[in-house]
Design a protein. Structure first.
Length: 88
């Protein structure tokens, strides 16, 4: 069993969403065994921003899906998309 790095893009509900507050809530929202490697707020267009979150997790079944669901439950997050994933 190895480790997997995954990059998620979190889209906010609107342009007024405080993405810094979402960043602060990341570590407590993730399932056990998943660690935040980094996060970055990126401009999209017309004032809309996204939050890119890089995490590391075990390469076991169901962990990716449970992490995606946990991120989608964060306040003011409209959608979650897996941008990249790869073995470490």
């Amino acid at each position: 069993m190895g480790k997997v790095a995954v990059l998620f893009r979190l889209m906010p509900r609107g342009v007024d969403t405080d993405l810094k507050a979402v960043q602060r809530a990341l570590s407590t929202a993730l399932p056990a065994g998943v660690t935040v490697r980094g996060s970055q707020i990126r401009d999209i267009a017309f004032g809309l921003k996204s939050l890119l979150v890089s995490v590391v997790m075990d390469d076991t079944g169901g962990v990716l899906e449970s992490t995606e669901h946990a991120l989608a439950k964060l306040p003011d997050v409209e959608s979650v998309e897996v941008m990249e994933e790869g073995l470490l």
